[in-house]
Design a binder for this molecule. Structure first.
Ligand code: AP5
Ligand code: MG
Length: 219
């Protein structure tokens, strides 16, 4: 069993790196952002409530996120563990997660922190495009599709996330600094924090994560 948290600013590469980690460790990827975006495809009171926060780059209320995370962890594929991308995102969620894991007799094994400057995050996010069909993520500067604006896998026209416009990215980065950044100290005190310099090519960052996890497992 391997329970991992993936932390980092918006655009640090959490989704990109999670895709590599799940292949190696055979654990499911839980992205609260992806779960919310899937909910937005339906039209009901809860999705309308969530939309108000996501599109403006604000945090969805803790109660909703915590309940959604717990429901996801109860699914059978999480028996082998999980990699949580985007949760917890503030100290209240950290405590709620600790309490829940204790209840189900589990613990966090490692917290991977992808370190990237705000300027680089902004550059990456405003160039991000994704496939609305298979959710594959592209970057028009660093990882463009083979054919202009069309997904390599499904041939569907790529779209941009509503929260990737510069003004909203700046708000997300400010919220990250205020709400999420303080939780790094909490996990550092517990000696679980693995800090990875994320300002490198995807494969390089991926190798850095693999080495750090290997080292942590053997220590
Ligand atoms: P979420 O979807 O989690 O967004 P985020 O944290 O802002 O992070 P992103 O998904 O934007 O970036 P990423 O780090 O995954 O980067 P990616 O790999 O795509 O959350 C969205 C919203 O949901 C929140 O704002 C909030 O409203 C709500 N929410 C979610 N969780 C919540 C919670 N716990 N509590 C409350 N609300 C919550 O990469 C970015 C780009 O860079 C891509 O184009 C990629 O191709 C490119 N790239 C990646 N790696 C590299 C590299 N090494 N070099 C060059 N380019 C790269
Ligand atoms: Mg993501």
């Amino acid at each position: 069993m391997l329970n991992i948290i993936l932390l980092g600013a918006p655009g640090a590469g959490k989704g990109t790196q999670a895709a590599n980690i799940i292949k190696k460790y055979k654990i499911p990827h839980i992205s609260t952002g992806d779960l919310f975006r899937a909910t937005l495809k339906q039209d009901n009171p809860i999705s309308r409530e969530i939309q108000k926060y996501i599109n403006k780059g604000r945090l969805v209320p803790d109660k909703i996120v915590i309940s959604m995370f717990k429901t996801r962890v109860q699914r059978p594929d999480c028996r082998s563990g999980f990699i949580s991308d985007g949760f917890p995102r503030n100290l209240f969620q950290v405590k709620a997660l600790d309490g829940y894991l204790e209840e189900i007799n589990r613990k966090i094994d490692a917290v991977i922190y992808l370190k990237l400057s705000s300027a680089e995050s902004l550059k990456r996010l405003t160039a991000r495009w994704l496939c609305p069909s298979c959710n594959r993520v592209y970057n028009m500067i660093t990882q463009p599709p083979k054919k202009d604006s069309v997904c390599d896998c499904c041939g569907v026209k790529l779209i941009q996330r509503k929260d990737d416009v510069p003004e909203t990215v700046k708000r997300r980065l400010a919220i990250y600094k205020k709400e999420t950044f303080p939780i790094l100290a909490y996990y550092s005190k517990q000696k679980k924090l693995l800090t990875i310099d994320a300002n490198a090519q995807v494969a390089v960052v991926s190798n850095r994560i693999k080495s750090a996890l290997k080292k942590a497992k053997n220590s």
